[in-house]
Design a binder for this molecule. Structure first.
Ligand code: IPE
Ligand code: IPE
Ligand code: MG
Length: 253
């Protein structure tokens, strides 16, 4: 180890530990959009209706968060484990994702949003893969909020993919530090999430952003994803600002 070389997580830019309380908005908010199925079942509807309604909520959530000063918004839409659901539901989710990309990309582009997919593309249908690539290309130069859509995303899969690439690139094990490793992740271009919000009441991470969430603040709400409204999001961000992030150090040190 070189003398003086940092081994801990990168502190957030421009923020000292003692100044966390009352600090500005989180730069990066990630959302585990859970509870669509239950939302539908409670209304006597098929689960897929919940997914449809859930996809429609993303626009307002993005607008609300960017209005509150957030620069990066990541939504978890389909995990590498969600392939294990019944075929009808998986097919329905693929259709909804395709329609959402086709119908919303123009509007997102108009609003200067940069869209980036996080996850595997190899298992997506060719039409869906092309639609995702087109959306990324079209919006690549946009300078407003960045929307990451994690679809066929798994944190363990992402870490393995990074390790494979690191080996392929012939990185010397002695040179492999945290800064190098993070450059191999889907999120190499952005800060780690400051805040992860999970709707639907569960208190687990479900394979989401495993590396990046090492020091994220976590917030869970029983609200089902299709019921999440701007007022609750604003409350969550206000609660975040009251938290004290220490990164393993001591408050006020
Ligand atoms: C989240 O909603 C969306 C996906 C995982 C694709 P769920 O479908 O998990 O909804 P619940 O948890 O069954 O209510
Ligand atoms: C997490 O929800 C994945 C997404 C929201 C895409 P799940 O419903 O798949 O998670 P578990 O099964 O409750 O852990
Ligand atoms: Mg769920």
């Amino acid at each position: 180890m070189e003398p003086g070389k940092r081994t801990g997580p990168e502190p957030p830019r421009g923020r000292g530990i003692a100044r966390c309380r009352g600090d500005a908005a989180p730069r990066h908010v990630a959302l585990i959009m859970d509870g669509n199925g239950r939302w539908a079942i409670r209304r006597g509807l098929p689960r897929i209706e919940g997914h449809r309604r859930g996809a429609d909520r993303i626009r307002e959530v993005l607008e609300t968060l960017s209005g509150l000063g957030v620069e990066y918004v990541t939504v978890y839409a389909f995990s590498t484990e969600n392939w294990g659901r019944p075929k009808d539901e998986v097919d329905g989710l693929m259709d909804i994702f395709y329609s959402a990309v086709e119908e919303q990309t123009g509007d997102l582009h108009q609003r200067n949003v940069r869209v980036i997919h996080l996850g595997r593309t190899a298992n997506l249908r060719p039409g869906l893969r092309r639609a995702v690539e087109n959306a990324q290309q079209l919006t690549a130069g946009n300078t407003g909020v960045t929307l990451h859509v994690a679809f066929d995303y798994g944190g363990r899969d992402e870490i393995l993919r990074a390790v494979r690439r690191i080996i392929r690139d012939g990185v010397d094990p002695e040179d492999l530090d945290e800064a190098t490793f993070r450059r191999y992740l889907y999120t190499a271009h952005c800060p780690d999430p400051d805040l992860i919000i999970r709707t639907g009441g569960e208190q687990r991470i479900s394979n989401f952003l495993l590396w990046q969430s090492a020091y994220s603040e976590y917030y869970h709400t029983p609200t089902l994803w299709p019921d999440l409204r701007p007022a609750e999001l604003a409350q969550v961000l206000a609660a975040y600002r009251q938290r004290q992030r220490r990164y393993g150090a001591l408050a006020g040190a």
